[in-house]
Design a protein around this ligand. Structure first.
Ligand code: DGP
Length: 114
């Protein structure tokens, strides 16, 4: 855990968040600033900044998280489809330095990815 990391503090229960799912690998919460009807964040519990820092073992855990997500889409309101985004660095406009994947859906999304 990194005490300066807002997502580590949410995972530890120190900061409240709308947690929709939790297991030993990850939490899924509602984004505080939603950009679509459904805007969730899949956050691995281990602290690392992004896929560049990610170890092989962490990549295996992340794959397990994504596979689990595939079983949760109906209950999360994503049955009609969704978009996964992970911002990295300044150009990607990453604002929280703990790897997370935005899960965006609940409506027809814009074609514009940028
Ligand atoms: P990014 O810019 O890709 O690093 O995304 C960070 C996201 O995290 C951003 O969409 C807003 C969200 N966020 C930041 N702080 C909090 C918080 O305290 N609670 C929740 N639920 N979301 C947060």
């Amino acid at each position: 855990m990194n005490n300066n990391c807002i997502f580590c503090r949410i995972i530890a229960g120190e900061i409240p968040a709308a947690k929709l799912y939790e297991d030993e690998d990850m939490i899924i919460i509602r984004d505080i600033n939603p950009m679509a009807k459904v805007h969730l964040l899949l956050i691995p519990k281990e602290h690392y900044a992004d896929i560049i820092e990610m170890t092989e073992a962490q990549s295996v855990t992340l794959a397990r998280c994504l596979k689990k997500l595939s079983t949760l889409t109906d209950t999360l309101g994503l049955a009609e489809g969704f978009r996964l985004v992970s911002n990295k660095g300044q150009n990607g406009r990453q604002s929280v330095g703990h790897l997370h994947i935005h899960i965006i859906g609940g409506e027809k999304l814009s074609e514009n990815m940028a």
